[in-house]
Design a protein around this ligand. Structure first.
Ligand code: UDP
Ligand code: MN
Length: 614
């Protein structure tokens, strides 16, 4: 999603991915996506609405706004969308070249066209010129695991049929129609009942009669629903879902490409797990080159303290479960939101969507919480792959104000589903708390009652036991070094691959309202903080190659090297596997945290300074 000023791109995340290096054609930009496992979001990274993190090109800057959201100065020099003329917006630039983007390859733009490319980029916040070069029926690589390619599904012909629902607001011609064509080309037609396009009050000329005509050429029924006034993706998806004729609904964004074999694994899993939202692996279509890039399968979806969607790498216990059969669907605490299949009857039985959520945002967590808490599931089907163009910012308007809309959606979701944690969320996100006032959520509370849903504590404990939120029985607050009166802080530097990690250090103690200064210590002795990062030190036998005594903050792994115990009498924090105590380094002027043999030294005194969270 975008920041108000069009030159400032603002993103709060929906995705996280494994390390992939992409050389972006003539832009020669290195894009680095990473897993949560390796830490770090710092000065040179941006984070889009799907939680995909991009390493920014040299010279690109970013900072955090007052709410800790990253603000990025985009690296596309050129006119902003405000400077785009009406004529530019209404022109269809689609001009396919036979082999452009063939097999999911990146599109190269000749140097003489770079100016045009930059002028068109802001219209959709992806490389429109590149997209418009790629034929609608381009081929894609088969990115499935070998075992997926040979997997046999019982009674494939008798699987339930699907209605594919694609909502859009001012989408580009090429991406919209490539989404449609990719579904048509890669689905068994016996299983594809129809495609429903829901136009959320677009005003581009080419999305009117020209689109009506174009869909007539398709070999499956395509219906277009046109909404008179803009309502946002929730209302638009509901409009499509209500008229769908097939027992299964498959929702897709309007800039996707379905990969070989995507459909059957989703439908086959819904047959055995009908009370579930099943999600494909969401591959990446580069916003710069339109290259199709296979994504990482060993992560699941969840969220951070600000309720921004995040992908987190599976911890040890989940990995062991998955290793038994890498083709088997697995549960996920939350879904990214844009791409999933669900039985129509169940979707409406479980409350469809909260219709008061407008434009964009929050609906993916709301549906995820509701499914889990009310007896359903969110699952990822690793044999199904669909690509999605993720952008660093939204190209469209947010009537009523972007912050207001997003905060309202998040507030509604939290008020209905999060119980005590709603206090935590509002306390540290007062802006959202403000929007919560006056929200009428009665009908959603009645639904929660009617469906006999479990509470949020149950969700955290059972669906996401690895979570890093405060909870009764856990410490939440600052970890203070008593002698220096400084506090443990989250690293600002990053690991090779991503989110915050680095040596554990001390800094000024932050105020109660500042989440950046807060840590959680679980009953099992894991010291963790936002974004699933944990206090970590090498085990006895792991010292080799790692700095002796080094204490780090890095991705939570569930391994014993991340276990600690606190002695309230001696104020010591002891590392479980080495028996050593947390101390500070006197060898340098930076106050880094180290492990030393436990002693009576005052430098080993730590205070767990609790902060109320609800
Ligand atoms: N969308 C819509 N109406 C809106 C906002 C979004 O129909 O007011 C559509 C949009 O065209 C896209 C889908 O909803 O097909 C999801 O939006 P987007 O791709 O911007 O979200 P992201 O992928 O960044 O989460
Ligand atoms: Mn999208």
């Amino acid at each position: 999603m975008k920041f108000i000023n069009t030159n400032l791109d603002f993103k709060c995340g929906r995705w996280r991915n494994r390390r992939i290096l992409i050389l972006c054609g003539s832009l020669v930009t290195i894009v680095l996506l990473w897993t949560n496992f390796y830490s770090s979001i710092g000065s040179s990274t941006s984070d889009n609405s799907w939680g995909v993190n991009l390493k920014l090109a040299a010279g690109q800057r970013e900072w955090q706004d007052s709410r800790g959201m990253r603000v990025v100065v985009g690296h596309y020099i050129g006119p902003s969308v405000d400077n785009a003329t009406k004529e530019m917006m209404n022109k269809n630039y689609f001009a396919p070249e036979q082999n452009a983007g063939h097999d999911g390859r990146p599109v190269e733009i000749a140097p003489k066209e770079l100016y045009l490319m930059r002028r068109l980029f802001p219209l959709h916040r992806f490389n429109l010129l590149a997209s418009d070069r790629i034929p609608l029926n381009r081929t894609l690589p088969d990115v499935r695991r070998p075992a997926c390619k040979t997997k046999v599904y019982v009674d494939e012909e008798s699987l339930p049929e699907v209605s594919v629902i694609i909502v859009f607001h001012n989408e580009a011609w090429s991406t919209l129609l490539r989404t449609v064509w990719s579904v048509v080309l890669r689905s068994p037609h016996s299983l594809l009942s129809e495609i429903i396009l829901v136009d959320d009050a677009s005003d581009r000329d080419f999305l009117k009669e020209e689109l009506d005509k174009a869909v007539l050429e398709l070999p499956v029924p395509v219906h277009i629903i046109r909404l008179k006034t803009r309502i946002g993706l929730v209302g638009a998806r509901l409009a499509g879902a209500r008229v769908a004729v097939a027992p299964v609904l498959l929702f897709l964004d309007a800039h996707c490409e379905a990969a070989p074999g995507f459909l059957v694994p989703l439908l086959a899993h819904l047959r055995v797990s009908p009370r579930s939202a099943v999600c494909p692996i969401i591959d990446i279509i580069s916003d710069e080159t339109l290259a199709y890039i296979k994504s990482f399968e060993l992560h699941w979806g969840a969220f951070n303290w600000n309720l921004h969607f995040r992908w987190y790498t599976l911890g040890n216990s989940e990995l062991q479960k998955r290793k038994k059969d890498m083709t088997a669907p697995f549960p996920s605490p939350a879904m990214a939101g844009g791409l999933f299949a669900i039985m129509k009857e169940y979707f409406f039985e479980v409350g469809a969507y909260d219709e008061k959520m407008k434009i964009w945002g929050g609906e993916n967590l709301e549906l995820s919480f509701r499914l889990w808490q009310c007896g359903g599931k969110v699952e990822i089907v690793p044999c199904s792959h669909i690509g999605h163009i993720f952008r660093k910012s939204s190209p469209y308007s947010f009537p009523g104000g972007m912050r207001e809309i997003l905060s309202t959606n998040l507030a509604r979701m939290a008020l209905v589903w999060m119980d005590s944690w709603v206090d935590f969320f509002f306390k540290f996100n007062p802006e959202v708390g403000l929007q919560a006032r006056g929200q009428n959520i009665t009908d959603r509370l009645i639904l929660r009652e009617k469906l006999n849903c479990k509470n949020f504590e149950w969700y955290l404990k059972n669906v996401w036991p690895q979570h890093f939120f405060p909870q009764d029985g856990r410490f939440f607050g600052r970890i203070k070094h008593s002698e220096s009166e400084k506090c443990m802080k989250k690293p600002v530097s990053k690991g090779v691959l991503g989110q915050p990690m680095g040596s554990a250090t001390l800094g000024i103690c932050l105020k109660d309202e500042d989440l950046n200064g807060m840590f959680v210590m679980t009953e099992e002795g894991i010291i963790m903080t936002d974004e699933s990062i944990c206090l970590d030190a090498p085990q006895k036998n792991e010292f080799e190659g790692e700095k002796k005594g080094a204490v780090k903050v890095m991705g939570c792994s569930g391994y014993p090297r991340q276990k600690w115990s606190y002695n309230e009498k001696t104020y010591q924090l002891q590392h479980a596997s080495t028996g050593q105590c947390l101390d500070i380094s006197t060898s340098s002027d930076t106050s880094s945290i180290v492990l030393r043999t436990c002693s009576t030294e005052k430098s080993q005194h730590w205070i767990l300074d609790s902060v109320a969270w609800k």
